[in-house]
Design a protein around this ligand. Structure first.
Ligand code: BTN
Length: 261
């Protein structure tokens, strides 16, 4: 489990409920998890000080050159009967991230499907990637990036409105403390979430969902839908009411505009 793109020996932490494996540098924690999926266990966490090829949704890059930020991937290999809940695991993680930011005194909002923003600027992104053999799930990499400590110039160069906790709070953020709080909360709620799926996090998600009731456009590859966000279905998919009154259920995409309904 030691490809050349890793730096040094990883440090292992073993708090109750999960195992945290910290690398100084990785190409991408998600890629690492998918490459080693059979050797890793459910609830392992791979974390990196920096990433050289951090990736985001829709083939975007995730700025990962700065240390003292959160770049991590949780390994998920739930029992077969709970695997359906994974459709909404990004929603669960988005709510957990919001709790961690609220503990710092911030007021985060979720931009569908799972960007976490403060004052309309992105502070955290989530990327879930599955490794399948045929229809069988071998495991999932649930990746999370949180901008904890970024210089203003780095934030300004990001290709979408973004910010970082140190800029919002005017102080350095203790990465270790933040990660510990976030992971304790995530693993403290994971079993219940896997039992309930999206319904177990619906209230926490909707309470922070900045897009509900608003007119918006969602882009998925070459396809675009415009309508009013009426709600979320039992799997967390967006229910968008289009101009002709039909309601589309959209699992994934990019929310490109958000205007008052
Ligand atoms: C997005 O909002 O586009 C998702 C960003 C996800 C970034 C994280 S950083 C840790 C993990 N490893 C990656 O390569 N990507 C995710």
């Amino acid at each position: 489990m030691t490809p050349a793109r890793e730096s040094a020996t990883p440090v292992l932490h073993n708090p109750p409920g999960y195992r945290l494996i910290e690398f100084g540098q990785l190409h991408s924690t998600n890629a690492f998890v998918l490459e080693h999926i059979d050797a890793l266990a459910h609830c392992d966490v791979i974390s990196a000080g920096i990433q050289t090829a951090g990736r985001g949704r829709l083939s975007r890059a995730w700025v990962s050159s700065q240390p003292e930020n959160a770049y991590l991937s949780v390994v998920l290999k739930p029992p077969h009967e709970q695997a359906a809940s994974l459709a909404a695991v990004t929603h669960f993680l988005a709510v957990v991230v919001c709790h961690a930011l609220e503990a710092e005194g911030l007021a985060p909002a979720i931009k569908w499907p799972n960007d976490v923003q403060v004052s309309g600027r992105k502070v955290a992104g989530i990327l879930a990637e599955a490794r399948l053999t045929g229809a069988m799930l071998r495991g999932m990499a649930l990746g999370l990036g949180v901008n904890l400590n970024l210089p203003e110039a780095v934030v300004a160069a990001i290709d979408q409105p973004a910010t970082a906790l140190n800029l919002l709070l005017g102080r350095h953020i203790d990465r270790g403390l933040f990660l510990r709080g976030l992971l304790d909360r995530f693993f403290g709620g994971l079993d219940r979430f896997l039992e309930t799926g999206f319904e177990g996090v619906r209230a926490g998600y909707e309470q922070r969902a900045s897009f509900l009731g608003r007119r918006l456009t969602v882009r998925q590859m070459q396809v675009e839908w415009t309508g009013v966000a009426r709600g979320l279905d039992p799997c967390g998919a967006l229910e968008l009411e289009c101009a002709d009154g039909t309601v589309c259920r959209i699992q994934a995409g990019d929310l490109v505009t958000e205007r008052g309904a």
